[in-house]
Design a protein around this ligand. Structure first.
Ligand SMILES: Cc1cc2nc3c(=O)[nH]c(=O)nc-3n(C[C@H](O)[C@H](O)[C@H](O)COP(=O)(O)OP(=O)(O)OC[C@H]3O[C@@H](n4cnc5c(N)ncnc54)[C@H](O)[C@@H]3O)c2cc1C
Ligand code: SF4
Ligand code: SF4
Length: 392
């Protein structure tokens, strides 16, 4: 069967959705990419480069590369600020779309940047009911969103994840103490300022604590899974800080260190030479004068309480199920697993669902790095092609 006239809908424009769309387009398949925010790239488009004197393989730049390919591809149609309203499957899927209500980055100014590439955004979306004088090139929020209908042969759901809401772990004071931030915030800070600085005064911190497993491997929360990504991202960020400021003191509080691939054990060994790894999970954090912080934890050797001061505390938040998992699962008649991620129907092929013609890609199925999300999405595209009866 030829790929001619075949059309696939991909839901979600993060790295998994972009990769699935791109891989399908390479087989001459038309792709309708539906993204509910005003920008492509998902969470990872906001990540920074953490290269020291060498690339540390964080994967952030692969998102920008893939985004560019998708934007330039004539066979991929992007619908920003759009969601699926309803779906009716007979031989094909008949989809009704609706405009979504994306949150503006800066609600007061009614501004949102899209297709961002490092610090030079490719465009700015404006809400004219809120924004004042804006450059002519700005995209009007009212012009985004598609309320039309599509007919597609298969669907790839790549709607991603939610970073753990660190405010839930109240004893760490996230959202209350200025210099308690999350790994997500740290990515944004480094991207914006070019280096790691304290939110309180934009100066380089001298003493930093990373608290691992925030929101993951936590029985009390019922989040028993390992998020896979927070050990490597914390260590890469910490080594970036040390590279730029060798005087900085870094402590990493952890339960376990997740091996993140072939070069990781070596990277971990190297990190141990310049940072303190303390095997305990801190009890709480208190504010001190000048926005400094005091952390209390139990000494890993004798179990005695320790109090230590830091300039910056980074909560290594993990991956939790995306907010739309339940509604999308219901819409497509697919199952969620006990943790709330979308369930694969085959343990050997984690892109297949219980619903014929509906495939899953990326972190919607469970925690993954950027590279693993791309690999999973490539596999999903391969399964779509098989499903269509198209031989490679
Ligand atoms: C703090 C932090 C740091 C990280 N650092 C790294 C790192 O350094 N290296 C690394 O490899 N990985 C890292 N990760 C993991 C990385 O973020 C993920 O692997 C990657 O973002 C997964 O991509 P995705 O496409 O599956 O999901 P997402 O990035 O979540 O993209 C999903 C997309 O789907 C859209 N969407 C959601 N619902 C709908 C809907 N109903 N309709 C339409 N669109 C929808 C969303 O708006 C979003 O654009 C980190 C994760 C965290 C939390
Ligand atoms: S963004 Fe990450 S993968 Fe890309 S060059 Fe920088 S460190 Fe390497
Ligand atoms: S990757 Fe590391 S920090 Fe994240 S949940 Fe797993 S063990 Fe904890």
């Amino acid at each position: 069967m030829s790929t001619e006239n075949k059309k696939i809908m991909v839901i979600g424009g993060g790295i998994a959705g972009l990769t699935a769309a791109w891989e399908l387009s390479r087989f001459g398949i038309d792709v309708e990419l539906v993204e509910k925010t005003c920008f492509l790239g998902g969470k990872a488009i906001g990540f920074c480069c953490k290269a020291t004197d060498e690339c540390v393989q964080c994967g952030a730049c692969s998102v920008e590369d893939m985004l560019k390919k998708v934007v330039e591809s004539p066979s991929i149609r992007v619908h920003l600020a759009t969601e699926v309203e309803s779906i009716d499957q007979q031989k094909t899927f008949k989809v009704k779309l609706k405009k979504s209500s994306p949150a503006m980055d800066d609600a007061e100014n009614g501004l949102l940047t899209g297709f961002s590439k490092n610090n030079s955004p490719l465009y700015v979306v404006v809400d004219r009911t809120k924004a004042g004088e804006i450059s002519q090139d700005a995209v009007d929020l009212a012009d985004l969103g598609n309320e039309g209908r599509l007919e597609v042969d298969a669907v790839v759901v790549a709607s991603g994840f939610s970073p753990f809401d660190a405010g839930i772990k109240r004893t760490y004071g996230y959202g209350v103490f200025t210099n308690v931030i999350t790994g997500m915030d740290l990515e944004g800070i480094k991207r914006k300022f070019g280096s790691v600085v304290k939110p309180s005064d934009q100066k380089a911190p001298e003493k930093i604590a990373f608290i691992q497993c925030v929101g993951s491997r936590d029985e009390r929360l019922g989040n028993l899974w390992c998020s896979q990504v927070c050990c490597p991202y914390a260590m890469r960020m910490a080594s970036d800080v040390k590279f730029n400021n060798p005087e900085a003191q870094i402590s990493i509080f952890y339960m376990d260190i997740q091996n993140a691939g072939k070069n990781f054990p070596c990277f971990y060994q190297k990190s141990k030479e310049t940072m303190k790894f303390i095997r305990t999970i801190p009890v709480d954090v208190f504010p001190l004068e000048n926005d400094r912080l005091k952390m209390r934890y139990l000494n890993e050797e004798d179990g005695m309480p320790v109090e230590e001061e830091f300039d910056l505390v980074v909560l290594s938040v993990g991956i939790t199920p995306g907010p739309d998992n339940a509604s999308l699962a219901e819409l497509f008649g697919i199952r969620l697993n006990e943790d709330g991620f979308m369930a694969a129907n085959d343990s050997l092929n984690r892109t297949l669902t219980t619903h014929q013609g509906v495939f899953i890609a990326g972190t919607v199925e469970g925690p993954k790095t950027i590279a693993a999300s791309m690999a999973h999405a490539g596999q999903a595209a391969g399964e779509v092609i098989k499903y269509l009866g198209v031989s490679k």
